[in-house]
Structure formats: structure tokens, C-alpha cells
Unconditional design. Structure first.
Length: 304
């Protein structure tokens, strides 16, 4: 009997709940090390030390608030569900509306091979969900459903990253990178003194352990997040998802690449006041179809 390993993917959701607790624990350790042990005591020093401490505390809490806000928006917001009984727009309707939805007169189902992966016969149908499949939509083996403009399934947020929460995910990455970088820089002097203080026993072992652990964790996350931030900036600038990277390499011109400005607005919206917050304006949701994940504008010099 053939084993379908994709059935075990649903177990990643259990791991995801543990990851949420891990995120909370890392935030708690960092807060205690940075604010309580390092910056807080400097408030009583007077002079520019106190002023610098106040600025660091304000910056720390602003970044932390934006980080947590963005994180829970990714966790609790649906990445994008396919509307029931969705079907591609017919050729005549597609031409009249100027839509990017593939012009298909018939919809043939996909078939699954023995290992559970999808082998597409034609665009427009998911055999697992028994529903239509819009452009850029993919079936997630962990969530067991199709996700609009799916980028990837992230165990850190126990959710897929798709059309409706990709902005929140990018903000979470950016603010986490900035927060961990700030924490690393603040803790660096204490980390340098760690070995001297440990040898002289001039500081309690508990304090040294917390500072050492917080520094190592924040440095590791800052370096790894730097790679992810650069990768997603590259994807954002070309209006590509992680899944579409290989498909884009095969194309002479990527049909969804509308230029850096429009590509950015396809994810963050056109309202500049909300670019740095995990929110969308009502006008953007109404005027930018890509934010809803079903229809996407394409380059005029490429035939759909």
C-alpha cells in the first residue's frame, strides 16, 4: 500500500501552536534582559544616559507593539479563501472586463498522483476542494484547502500566508528584524563583559544567563531574518510569490510584474498613511482587486 506523506502535513499545525508559545517566550526573555536588566537601571544615571535610556525604551515599545500587532493579524486573519463555486470568466466576459482571470471555456479537473502532489491538467479546478481555482491560487496540504495567491505555509504563525495577510506577514518580518537588531545592539556591551563578570563573579549567575541567552537568540534571529527580508523585498519588487519563483524563471517576462510602484501597491495598498500598519483602507480593498486575491492585473505587452 502506498503511503501518502501529505496526510502527515496536517501535524505541522500542532507544531505551530508550540511556535506561538515560543515567540511569546522569546519576547518575554528579551523584554526582561533589555528593559529590566539593561536599559531600565540607566534611567537613574542622570544626564544623557537617562535621555538615551528613555529614547531606547520608547523605540523598543513602539517596535514591540507593531511587531505583536502584525503577528496576531497574520495568525488570526484568513489568508484568502476561494469563493464557493468559483469559475473562470468566459472568454467574452474576460475581454470586456479586462480581467487577468484566465479565459477558459471549459474547466477540467486536476488529478493527484500517488504521493498526493497535484498534477495540473488545466487551470481552474482543484480536485481536493472540488471547487474552482483562481489564478495564483494553490492548495495547502497543511490547511487542507486552497489559498488565494498562496506564498507559503508558515509554522510560526500557524497559518498560510496569502493574498489577504501577506502585507501583515511582511510587516511582522520587518518589525521583528528591527526589534531583534535593536536588542542585539543594546545587549552587546553586556555580552562583551559577560566573560569578565563571570570570571570575577561580580554579577549574579541568573542575570548573566538571561543576558547571554537573550543576546544569542536576538542575534540569531536578526541574521536569519535579514535573509528573509531581502528575499521578500525581491519578491515584492517583481510581484512574485515564493511558490511562483520557478514559474517566473521560465517566463521571458513575468505577466504580473507591473513595475515596482504598482507591485508594491498590489500588496500594501495605495494609502500611504497605512503602509506601516497591518490595516487596509476601505478604498484600497474596493479599488485594488489583487488585495482580495481573486483577480490580478497583468502586463499589457503579454497576452493572457
Amino acid at each position: 500500500m502506498e503511503l501518502n506523506f501529505f496526510k502527515f502535513c496536517s501535524g505541522l499545525r500542532v507544531l505551530g501552536y508550540f511556535m506561538i508559545l515560543l515567540v511569546v517566550a522569546i519576547i518575554a526573555i528579551s523584554y526582561y534582559a533589555v528593559i529590566v536588566l539593561t536599559v531600565g537601571p540607566q534611567l537613574l544615571s542622570g544626564g544623557w544616559h537617562s535621555l538615551l535610556s528613555i529614547l531606547l525604551i520608547l523605540l523598543f515599545h513602539v517596535l514591540l507593539a507593531l511587531l505583536v500587532w502584525s503577528y496576531f493579524m497574520v495568525v488570526f486573519n484568513d489568508p484568502g479563501a476561494v469563493p464557493d463555486n468559483w469559475r473562470p470568466v468566459l472568454s467574452e466576459e474576460n475581454l470586456e472586463a479586462g480581467s487577468s482571470v484566465p479565459a477558459l471555456d471549459t474547466v477540467e479537473p486536476e488529478v493527484s498522483d500517488v504521493n498526493g502532489s497535484e498534477r495540473r491538467q488545466s487551470r481552474g479546478y482543484c480536485v481536493r476542494c472540488q471547487n474552482g481555482k483562481p489564478p495564483r491560487c494553490h492548495h495547502c496540504s497543511v490547511c487542507q484547502r486552497c489559498v488565494l495567491k498562496m506564498d507559503h505555509h508558515c509554522v510560526w504563525v500557524v497559518n498560510c500566508v496569502g493574498a489577504c495577510n501577506y502585507k501583515f506577514f511582511l510587516l511582522f518580518l520587518a518589525y521583528t528584524f528591527l526589534e531583534t537588531t535593536l536588542d542585539t545592539l543594546v545587549l552587546l556591551p553586556n555580552f562583551i563583559d559577560f566573560f569578565t563578570q563571570a570570571a570575577k563573579h561580580s554579577t549574579s549567575p541568573g542575570r548573566l544567563a538571561v543576558i547571554f541567552l537573550a543576546f544569542v537568540l536576538n542575534l540569531a534571529f536578526a541574521l536569519s531574518l535579514l535573509c528573509f527580508v531581502i528575499m521578500h523585498i525581491t519578491l515584492l519588487s517583481s510581484n512574485t510569490t515564493s511558490i511562483e519563483v520557478h514559474e517566473k524563471k521560465r517566463a521571458v517576462r513575468w505577466q504580473y510584474d507591473l513595475g515596482k510602484k504598482r507591485n508594491f501597491e498590489q500588496v500594501f495598498g495605495a494609502d500611504k498613511a497605512l503602509w506601516f500598519f497591518p490595516l487596509f483602507s476601505k478604498e484600497d480593498l474596493e479599488n485594488i482587486p489583487a488585495l482580495r486575491g481573486v483577480d490580478f492585473p497583468t502586463r499589457s505587452d503579454i497576452e493572457g
